[in-house]
Design a protein around this ligand. Structure first.
Ligand SMILES: [Zn+2]
Length: 114
C-alpha cells in the first residue's frame, strides 16, 4: 500500500466533508468482495466507489491508472501507514490548517487527485 495522500480538492471535500486521505493498491493485488459496492462517475476520467448499503466512501479510481485509491478511514485496525503529502491545497477551505509538516503541493498542475 502506498503512503497516504491527503487531497484537499473541492470534489473530495464535498464528498467527505473534510479532506480525503487515501492509500492505494495495485489493481492486481486488490480483491473486492463487497457485493454492495457502487461506483459513482465523478468526472470523465475517474469514479468513486462507495458502499451501496451505508454510503461509506471506499475507493477512488482513475480510468488510466493500474491502481485504486483506498480511503484510509475504511481500513480496520492499525495500518502502519502515514500521510506522505497534501495535494490540491490551493482548494483547501479556510476553516482548518495543515500542521503535520508533510509536503504541501499547491501548484494546481495536477489534474487528478489521489
Ligand atoms: Zn481530490
Amino acid at each position: 500500500m502506498r503512503p497516504i495522500m491527503a487531497c484537499h480538492c473541492s470534489q473530495c471535500r464535498k464528498q467527505s466533508g473534510f479532506y480525503f486521505a487515501a492509500t492505494a493498491a495495485d489493481d492486481v493485488n486488490l480483491t473486492i468482495n463487497e457485493t454492495s459496492l457502487k461506483w459513482y462517475k465523478a468526472s470523465p476520467e475517474a469514479k468513486r466507489g462507495f458502499c451501496g448499503e451505508c454510503g461509506s466512501a471506499l475507493f477512488w479510481k482513475h480510468q488510466k491508472d493500474s491502481f485504486t485509491s483506498v480511503l484510509a478511514g475504511s481500513i480496520d485496525g492499525s495500518s502502519g501507514l502515514e500521510i506522505s503529502e497534501h495535494i490540491f491545497v490551493k482548494d483547501k477551505p479556510d476553516w482548518y490548517e495543515i500542521t503535520d509538516g508533510k509536503p504541501i503541493k499547491n501548484d494546481g498542475k495536477n489534474t487528478v487527485c489521489l
